[in-house]
Design a protein around this ligand. Sequence first.
Ligand SMILES: C[S@@+](CC[C@H](N)C(=O)[O-])C[C@H]1O[C@@H](n2cnc3c(N)ncnc32)[C@H](O)[C@@H]1O
Length: 276
Amino acid sequence: MTDVLDGVRDHYRTTGLTQRLKTALAALGPEDQRLTPQQLGALDQFHTRGLAATAELATLAGITAEMSVLDVGAGIGGPARFLAATYGCRVVGVDLSEPFVEAARYLTERAGLGRQVTFEVASALELPFGDRRFDLVLLQHVAMNIADRARLYREIRRVLRPGGRFATFDVVLNSGEPHYPAPWARTPAASFLLTAAATREAIEGAGFPALAWQDDTEAAKAWIAQLRASGPPPSPNLGVVMGPDFAQLAANLGRNLMEGRLGILTAVFEAASTNS
Ligand SMILES: C[S@@+](CC[C@H](N)C(=O)[O-])C[C@H]1O[C@@H](n2cnc3c(N)ncnc32)[C@H](O)[C@@H]1O
């Protein structure tokens, strides 16, 4: 188990991330000027279709200001900040990567959201929270890094109150071997993709009937086509976070989607009150 987590940690390992972000963000304005989720969207939404995908998932999940939200595998915190700024809810993010959590805290202060959004270093397989603590759990582009899906979805179920919701936005295996390096894994050793059907089975097996189930592959392919047509990406972008090979990682995500090797799944589940 630890070996597997170490492999994933290595993939997201980076040094001097917060300092690199400070330097890159100087292009957007002085340090004391508040940054918005829209300004940060090209570098802090670490998943297919960026901010638009987070906004759609939030709508589908029915998020409200009163909800207590957990973002599992929160990255550098873009989705958590967007939810707090847009809906007024409180969000806790957890992530395996220490540098990502440090960067998430820095960006959250820069966005003036420190009272609403907090981050902790933790594994999704051992969430540092009591039972039934949250109304909504978000999982965006994280499950493909996790081998023990049964344990992942059980942990999420445990921290949700009965009737609470689990919203996921994931890369799934479609047909054939994916090309690597990919944005979530430079080699297959850190990649644990499942098909959409196997993902659904694992989630439902943890006591989560589905409320919404969408195949978003075509939308993702349209986004890839648009990116390819529009030339170099805006700056700063996720290259600041993942390093100079990010262009290659992103290009392989595009190839995998366009060649039908991978798909994209959006789904919302309810924590069944009988399985608590
Ligand atoms: C592709 S990024 C997505 C980040 C964020 N959800 C977003 O959409 O912007 C995947 C993240 O999952 C985290 N992660 C992977 N495995 C994890 C685990 N077992 N526990 C906690 N975080 C994990 C990684 O450190 C990384 O930050």
